[in-house]
Design a protein around this ligand. Structure first.
Ligand SMILES: [Zn+2]
Length: 102
């Protein structure tokens, strides 16, 4: 059953390999396709939809991606469409769009 997870995608996470089981939850090494980093995440969190990116991405969206989000919005997509496209919530999109460039 553990093998079934390998190669699956959950949001930005792609499951690479099994790492360990803690509190009867299997943990997996994943590649986060949003930032390119590797992260270890519990399979239960991914399956429930709680983890769609690595912890870093959840806390902070890299500048590279923020630029893409602004561009996507400028290209005529609504905030809702932009949020959906990047797998983030609308509030985050709005925050990014309102950021002042220094
Ligand atoms: Zn990430």
């Amino acid at each position: 059953m553990y093998k079934d997870m390998i190669g699956r995608r959950f949001g930005y996470l792609e499951v690479k390999e099994y790492v360990y089981t803690k509190n009867s939850h299997a943990h997996w090494k994943c590649v986060c396709h949003r930032c390119g980093e590797e992260a270890i995440i519990s399979g239960a969190n991914m399956r429930s939809g709680n983890s769609r990116g690595c912890a870093k991405c959840r806390n902070k969206i890299p500048e590279k991606i923020r630029n893409k989000i602004r561009q996507h919005y400028k290209n005529g997509h609504t905030q809702v469409e932009t949020a959906k496209h990047f797998g983030i919530n609308r509030h985050t999109v709005r925050t990014i769009l309102h950021e002042q460039k220094s």
